[in-house]
Structures are given as structure tokens and as C-alpha cells.
Design a protein around this ligand. Structure first.
Ligand code: GLV
Ligand code: GLV
Length: 332
């Protein structure tokens, strides 16, 4: 019998077709939230699953599951997965690294520029017909980006792609990261390592690109915001929960921070109510990787992870982006 693969959300037809060349595909036709029980049930009957960030998979979801071999996340971040639990269960977890780096870097810049120049609020004002009432020369004053200091917290591949773009804006680039970049990479990024407090104090624009973990929970809270310039722009394209959204909303409301551009939120799709009311924040619904080319590339990579791990196609036995490849040795 052919192996079975569950796809937890609607996906590009050509990617489903590629999966179907080798396995039986059960793909959800509409976007929906799966309850823990539904998730567990779907995973019980299949050999592999492609899932999204809204699908939390840990010990409870796979308990007693003797069939499931592979969980392929449709994302680079995998804080929705309990990796130690999957490893204990002998289940391979995979993600979609690298194919989205440049697209997410583009989007971080879009949010930085848009928040600094008040594009969301200005567009709302225009659409509301208020321009006809006249506009002062000193209305809509924003913050410059060119020539300023860009801070990057989390200097993985995406952080580096963001840094490389700064040369064209004549920016000074500072970064903070667990480890220092190799010198040639630092030189290419024209980025200087500083400690976190210095990064917060000196950045005119601060972009967060670190993975979410217990250690990065509320990495930006009230104490960190207090170190930042009252004119600074904060951009989060990483994960909700890295920023304390209540503390951020208070800082924006009280003029202790200049502006923010946010693609991710604590408890999304719910948002802190104050963020929805503030004009000096540009909001988007977790779409930093959502270009047509990149979302296709992510879906294709997730499918390739599944097919290769299940022993199909040109990469049989060698999935391109495994997170716990050691479990494959335990498969017979
Ligand atoms: C999106 O947030 C991702 O992790 O790919
Ligand atoms: C996070 O996603 C990173 O690549 O730094």
C-alpha cells in the first residue's frame, strides 16, 4: 500500500501533485484551526504530515502513534514543535530554512521604512478623505532611515541579509548575537558586534530576527524599551512573544519609542488591543515570507523533506532540511 501524507492546510496544487506522484495525499481543502484532538487523529493515520505554525505538535499529539515518521513544518521557525518529544518518539522533524531569507529581509526593510515614514497611518488618513481638508507642510513628519544606525538582534542568515541591504542606505550596522560572525561575514555585512544594552541604546532602527525560545521570551520588555531612543523604530519579523506587546504598546503610547513595524504578535491572530488603536505602529498578519516565489519554494522544500525522508525521489534517504536527523538511524 502507498504511504499516506496529511497536509494540514491548503497548499499549491503543483506541490500536492508532486507529493501524489509517490504517496497518497490527504490535503485539507480549507484553512482551519485543528483542535488538539483533531490534530492527533489526523496524525494517527499517516506516515508523514506537512503542517503549519498554527499546528502545535508535541508529545500528546503523537503519543501511541506507531506509524508517523515525518513532520515537515511549513516554516523556518519551529517553536510549534516539541523537538525533544518528537526525537524521543523517533519522528523526524524538518523545516524550510534559507529559501525565505532574502524575502523576509525585504519585508523587514519594508516594515522599517513603512513604520519610520508613517505609511499605514498616512494611507488611512488619505482613504478617509481627509487630504481634501488640507495638509500642513509639517504634517506627517517621519524618521529618516538613510544615514542612521541599524541594530539587528539575532544575526542568522536573515539578519545577515538585512544587514547587506543597509549599504545602499548608507547606514551604520550594529548587531548582537549569541556568537560573533566570522570576520569575512562581518566585513561583507559591514556589521559590528556589540552587547545587547549598547545595541538598544544606539540603534535608530532595531530589527528583531532571533528564533523564539524560552531564552528569547520577552527579550524586548519594559527594561529593554527603556534603554531605546524615544525616536527609535522597532521592527519584529521574528516571533510573537519575543516582544512584550503590552510594554511595547505602553512605550508607543507614551512617546518613549518612535514607532514600530510588527509582523508577529503574542497570541496571534489575536492582538493586544492597544496596538490596534495606536497610529505609530504598522501592522501586518505574519506575511514576511509571503512572496509568490518564496511561499512556493517553502512548500516545495517541505514536500521534498517528506518525500526524501520516506525514501522517494532523487534525494531518497537524505531529506534536505532535517532538524533531528539522528532519529533516521533508528528506523529499520
Ligand atoms: C515564519 O514565521 C517562519 O518561521 O517561516
Ligand atoms: C531566524 O529566523 C534567523 O535566521 O536568525
Amino acid at each position: 500500500a502507498r504511504q499516506k501524507v496529511w497536509v494540514s492546510r491548503p497548499l499549491f496544487p503543483e506541490v500536492l501533485a508532486r507529493l501524489s506522484e509517490y504517496v497518497d495525499v490527504q490535503a485539507e481543502a480549507v484553512e482551519r484551526r485543528h483542535s488538539p484532538e483533531a490534530l492527533r487523529e489526523h496524525l494517527a493515520g499517516v506516515d508523514a504530515a506537512l503542517i503549519g505554525l498554527a499546528d502545535p505538535v508535541g508529545a500528546a499529539a503523537v503519543e501511541g502513534n506507531r506509524r508517523l515518521r515525518v513532520i515537515a513544518n511549513l516554516a523556518v521557525g519551529y517553536n510549534n514543535l516539541d523537538l525533544p518529544a518528537l526525537t524521543r518518539a523517533g519522528i523526524l522533524a524538518c523545516n524550510t530554512p534559507d529559501v525565505l531569507n532574502e524575502t523576509v529581509a525585504d519585508y523587514a526593510w519594508a516594515l522599517m521604512l513603512g513604520a519610520a515614514r508613517r505609511m499605514g497611518a498616512a494611507e488611512r488618513w488619505l482613504r478617509a478623505g481627509q487630504w481634501r481638508g488640507g495638509m500642513r507642510f509639517d504634517d506627517w513628519l517621519g524618521f529618516d532611515v538613510h544615514g542612521k544606525t541599524l541594530g539587528i538582534l539575532g544575526m542568522g542568515r536573515i539578519g545577515q541579509a538585512i544587514a547587506r541591504r543597509a549599504a545602499g542606505f548608507d547606514m551604520h550596522v550594529l548587531y548582537h548575537n549569541r556568537s560573533r560572525l566570522p570576520e569575512p561575514v562581518e566585513r561583507e555585512c559591514r556589521a559590528t558586534l556589540v552587547d545587547k544594552a549598547e545595541l538598544l541604546r544606539r540603534a535608530d532602527h532595531l530589527i528583531l530576527v532571533l528564533p523564539y525560545s524560552r531564552e528569547s521570551h520577552h527579550a524586548i520588555g519594559a527594561a529593554e524599551l527603556a534603554l531605546m531612543k524615544p525616536t527609535a523604530v522597532l521592527v519584529n519579523v521574528a516571533r510573537g512573544g519575543i516582544v512584550d506587546d503590552a510594554a511595547l504598546a505602553a512605550a508607543l503610547r507614551e512617546g518613549r519609542l518612535g514607532a514600530a513595524g510588527l509582523d508577529v504578535f503574542e497570541g496571534e491572530p489575536a492582538l493586544h488591543a492597544d496596538l490596534l488603536r495606536l497610529e505609530n505602529v504598522l501592522l501586518s498578519p505574519h506575511i514576511a515570507s509571503a512572496s509568490a516565489d518564496t511561499r512556493r519554494a517553502m512548500a516545495t522544500l517541505a514536500a521534498d523533506n517528506v518525500l526524501a525522508a520516506l525514501g522517494h525521489g532523487p534525494r531518497a534517504g537524505r531529506p534536505p532540511a532535517p532538524l533531528n536527523p539522528e532519529v533516521m538511524k533508528r528506523w529499520s
